[in-house]
Write a protein that binds this ligand. Sequence first.
Ligand code: A3P
Length: 288
Amino acid sequence: MARLDVTETFKGICFPGHLHTQESLRYATEFKFQDTDTLIVTYPKSGTTWMQEIVTLISCKGDPAKSQMQPNWTRAPWIEQYYCSDVLKAAQGPRLLSTHLPYKLLAPALQRSKAKVIYVARNPKDVIVSYYHFHKMANFLKDPGTFTEFLSTFQEGTVYYGSWFDHVKEWTSNARNIDNFLYITYEEMWEDLRSSLEKVSRFLQCPLMEDELSSAQKSCSFSTMKENSMVNYTLVPQEIMDHSKGKFMRKGQIGDWVNTFSTEQSRNFDISYASKMADSVLTFVWET
Ligand code: A3P
């Protein structure tokens, strides 16, 4: 099937042109946040869809109806994607928004509001492997080539949405000064989903009863989400996402990178990681 990959470059960063236009990217950077908004921020493949499900379920007090009836891209639209303004025209109540934009592109707009920000980070080796497989099945992204080629592009920071290193460092060092900022990792959610749900619900000031928490926990488990067509992207036409080449809900594991990285690639990545992250206090869980 022919690829639909067109690249849109905005302020030096590449975006998939299938979903982004100069106009939509400008709309995002000038976004009019409201104090009641919740914004999920991630580098791609870090647990965006999972957090969209978690926040939806918390705001519905564990009731799965909304997450089973409305696709994640309309209940938590990416502000930089072209359809966002239309989705938001129809939105009612407090808004749940998503973004993959780097901090520097959103900081001016965000600083004008008290919107809540949830930043989800994931260890970069698992991000790379997940991103690599996603490029293979998502026809609106470039053909990733071999894993070795993709790894090198990732480390150069010339993949879509820019450098992972800049993304996590800039959001976590600068945005910590924004009121209402929650930092959480994919690995933390994976290791203790219930405590993570409680943490997010405290942050959103939306406490859940024990049975509501249990219901939310069940609905945002990997096994439930894998079967939920509102979040597993099977509603997207095959020419855009080809599920015969791989699943969006692929493995949902910590440490799956060991099955793809060679020993040498892992060692070289560790060296480059240590140097690029030398000025950061962040730590990650790499394996279970
Ligand atoms: P894998 O490709 O490693 O399986 P994003 O939503 O940011 O694109 O991230 C997608 C990644 O999150 C995929 O990782 C996907 O399987 C994983 N994921 C989604 N929901 C999950 C869940 N409930 N539990 C664990 N992993 C989940």
